[in-house]
Design a protein around this ligand. Structure first.
Ligand code: 3PG
Length: 209
């Protein structure tokens, strides 16, 4: 696999509290048409959740999100993560993510940060925090001067906002947790997650109003 951005048009961002939810949640996302799944390393359950999904849901492509340190990058790879995502980057973290051999998305939200990544040969970037940093209009403004960069905008995006990002030439996929509301995940309502995932998978691009 060479590109995280081409796995699927929508990348669910998962914060898992209960490791027992990992497999049914991943199955619901896959059944709804979202095979790429980012499990954030923000909870004690995360690494075990990645292991379980990698072992039990072969149709899923599970990755690790919120990778903040070289140690976490290595642990995620050891757990079976197939890609790595970070909200930002440092030179040390970039080297560690590259050393795993996995495709990875470092986070950036300014032209200078993206230029520094391009200098290092990294042209695939998580645009974070997308809505707070300026939204689809801001990201559209980066397309002209930075044609070498492609993005996965994430942060504060919902189904409605996702369509504007999907219409941009410099967007490969859109990330977010809107298809995993607490009301459904907390209640272990996997059919509801599957329905929301399907709606996300079927989103069509639409220019911002
Ligand atoms: C992330 O870690 O990528 C974001 O916090 C997820 O974005 P959302 O929960 O605002 O959709």
């Amino acid at each position: 696999m060479t590109s995280v951005l081409d796995l699927a048009r929508v990348l669910p961002v998962v914060v898992l509290e209960d490791v027992a939810d990992a497999v049914p949640l991943a199955r619901a996302l896959v059944a709804g048409g979202l095979p790429a799944i980012e499990v954030t390393l923000r909870t004690p359950a995360a690494t075990a959740a990645i292991e379980r999904i990698a072992a039990a849901v072969p149709e899923a492509v599970v990755g690790a999100g919120t990778v903040l340190s070289p140690r976490q990058a290595r642990a995620a790879a050891d757990a079976g993560a197939r890609f790595l995502v970070s909200p930002g980057w440092t030179p040390r973290l970039l080297d560690a993510m590259a050393a795993t051999g996995l495709p990875f998305l470092p986070g950036a939200s300014t032209a200078s940060e993206v230029m520094a990544l391009l200098e290092r040969g990294v042209g695939e970037v998580k645009f974070f925090p997308a809505e707070a940093a300026g939204g689809a209009a801001y990201l559209a403004s980066l397309a002209g001067p930075l044609p070498g960069a492609r993005f996965c905008p994430t942060g504060g995006i919902d189904a409605g906002r996702a369509r504007a990002y999907l219409a941009l030439p410099n967007v490969g996929c859109v990330g977010g947790s809107w298809m995993l509301p607490r009301s459904a995940v907390g209640a272990k309502d996997w059919p509801a997650v599957e329905r929301l995932a399907r709606a996300a998978a079927e989103l069509t691009p639409a220019a911002a109003p």
